[in-house]
Write a protein that binds this ligand. Structure first.
Ligand SMILES: C[S@@+](CC[C@H](N)C(=O)[O-])C[C@H]1O[C@@H](n2cnc3c(N)ncnc32)[C@H](O)[C@@H]1O
Length: 209
């Protein structure tokens, strides 16, 4: 492993711990096509891209990001138990500086995914981390799963073991285990105080059988 790559990992190996599992996955998979639902500031994307660039020429890599960006409202923010996103141009500038191909889609994934998915290629890595309402989580999986090839890995953030009213637990637990292999990754982040009480957060990994 090259020194810049090692430094990227070292600088990112900090709380929340669970994301380090995604970074190791990127190193193992060397993905060309990365999709993230919930780009937010683009910082997680930036780390994934830097790691992927350690193994691929930059023009070989595509990042597809979906977010509300400026369309976030106070109402959506509460419904989706969300974080407040920056403007799309801010995320675009940060990610474009990596030199890879960046494709950002602004709007509610209830609308943007049905619009865009039919024209998108199959993805190697899909990170689902957008809205946390049960409806949005189910919608995001329904559309993202159409972009899976035989070796695609889908990672869900926000598997909240103790909550079934939001987060991805309901969607993940409902997946057909004869079609999909589902693993809850071992690193768990525990928060005593959040706006919605104590939380234990895991990542769920889904692949085709
Ligand atoms: C938790 S943040 C994503 C964090 C990011 N994936 C990371 O790891 O740094 C959730 C993001 O999803 C976006 N979001 C929430 N609900 C959405 C929806 N219905 N459609 C599109 N984006 C949504 C928010 O604007 C926010 O930027």
């Amino acid at each position: 492993m090259s020194l810049p790559l090692l430094n990227t990992i070292k600088s990112r190996w900090r709380r929340p711990w669970r994301y380090s599992q995604i970074f190791w996955l990127v190193i193992r998979m060397k993905p060309r096509k990365i999709m993230e639902i919930g780009t937010w500031t683009g910082d997680r994307a930036l780390t994934m891209i830097k790691l992927a660039k350690g193994y691929r020429r930059q023009k070989e890599i595509d990042y597809y990001g979906f977010d509300l960006f400026e369309e976030m409202t106070q109402e959506r923010y509460s419904e989706e138990i969300s974080k407040w996103p920056p403007a799309q141009a801010e995320a675009q500038a940060k990610l474009s500086a990596t030199g890879i191909n960046i494709h950002l889609f602004q709007g509610d994934t209830m609308k943007t995914l049905p619009q865009e998915v039919p024209a998108l290629p199959k993805m190697d890595l899909i990170f689902i981390d957008g809205g946390h309402s049960l409806e949005t989580s189910a919608n995001d999986w329904q559309w993202a799963s159409r972009l899976m090839h035989e070796k695609t890995v889908v990672i869900f953030d926000d598997y909240w073991s103790d909550r079934t009213d939001a987060g991805c637990k309901v969607t993940v637990d409902s997946l057909d285990r004869t079609k999909y292999s589902v693993t809850l990754w071992p690193l768990v982040d525990k928060f005593k105080k959040t706006a919605f009480g104590p939380l234990k957060i895991k990542l769920a990994k889904v692949t085709k059988r």
